[in-house]
Design a protein around this ligand. Sequence first.
Ligand SMILES: [Zn+2]
Length: 51
Amino acid sequence: MSINLNTVYCPVCKKQQPKIRKPKGWKEILWGGYTCENCGCKMDKYGKERK
Ligand SMILES: [Zn+2]
């Protein structure tokens, strides 16, 4: 597993994602990534939307 140290923005609402975040589920623990607190969009650790 690698960590993306670049700032990540939500692909939907462009909200900046926190660098330190709590995983919202096992997939985020496994793969990294973010769930946008603003719109609930799920994205990977590079800020690409996950379908
Ligand atoms: Zn968002």
